[in-house]
Design a protein around this ligand. Sequence first.
Ligand code: NDP
Ligand code: 8X3
Length: 252
Amino acid sequence: MTKLTVLVTGASAGFGAAIARRFVRDGHRVIAAARRVERLQALAAELGPDLLALGLDVTDAAAVAALPGSLPEGWRQVDVLVNNAGLALGMGPAWQTSLAEWETMVATNVQGLMRLTRALLPAMVERNSGHVVNIGSIAATYPYPGGNVYGATKAFVAQFTSNLKTDLVGTYVRVTNIEPGMVGGSEFSLVRLHGDAERAAAFYAGADALTPDDIAETVAWAVGLPPRVNITRIEVMPGCQSPGPFVIKRRG
Ligand code: NDP
Ligand code: 8X3
């Protein structure tokens, strides 16, 4: 087995931490990036020297541009980039939401992912080997009330992935978009609902939601396939979830 170096953004919680654990346990090395470095250090203490904790705000364009050259000696060849860092903020209708929150979602989910990819892709193409795994969402495909800018950022991720695939045709650099539905066991809803733990818990009550480990499994599967196999997109929902019917508001 080739020991890969995998850079996972948003590794301080939820999917990112599960993906980092999965790759290290599978015998790979992980650069675990996020803003809350103390959490990454705890992950390093848990997983040992195959995990490198990296303080990184993906919205910091200069830090992302400098990333390839600023990694420690021996960690500079990134074989797999998992663009997982992301967030939703708010569930309100478009005319009542905060413009600043919309901008934060765009800066993180769109610009952060775009810049990380631009920073690390040239070396992958140069080596004719590598894999960019993006964490999109079913919110890219299925609209729902309150999904406004969040869903739109994930639609960017879906189309960016598809367009990268066309640029990378004929190479062994792969690109995959994982599009999860309802996943519990992460901080996603707590962040989206501005720390309202009761509302966040109510969202998952009685639902057999996916877990971060299910997403880590999906990522590990796509990455573990032979280099000739490019999984371009995977939509993954729990059995308890499905797209809804069209809404029809009737007169009277
Ligand atoms: P969490 O809130 O548990 O984790 C989000 C991670 O992103 C954290 O580690 C956080 O780290 C990191 N992050 C946020 N902003 C930044 C930033 N500016 N720079 C660096 N890291 C950042 O959520 P999930 O694990 O659930 O979500 C992970 C991804 O999956 C997101 O892209 C989300 O949109 C997507 N997703 C989630 C679903 C769900 O139901 N949970 C379903 C579909 C997709 P820190 O704050 O330490 O920087
Ligand atoms: C998160 C999934 O359906 O809550 O991306 O938007 S959903």
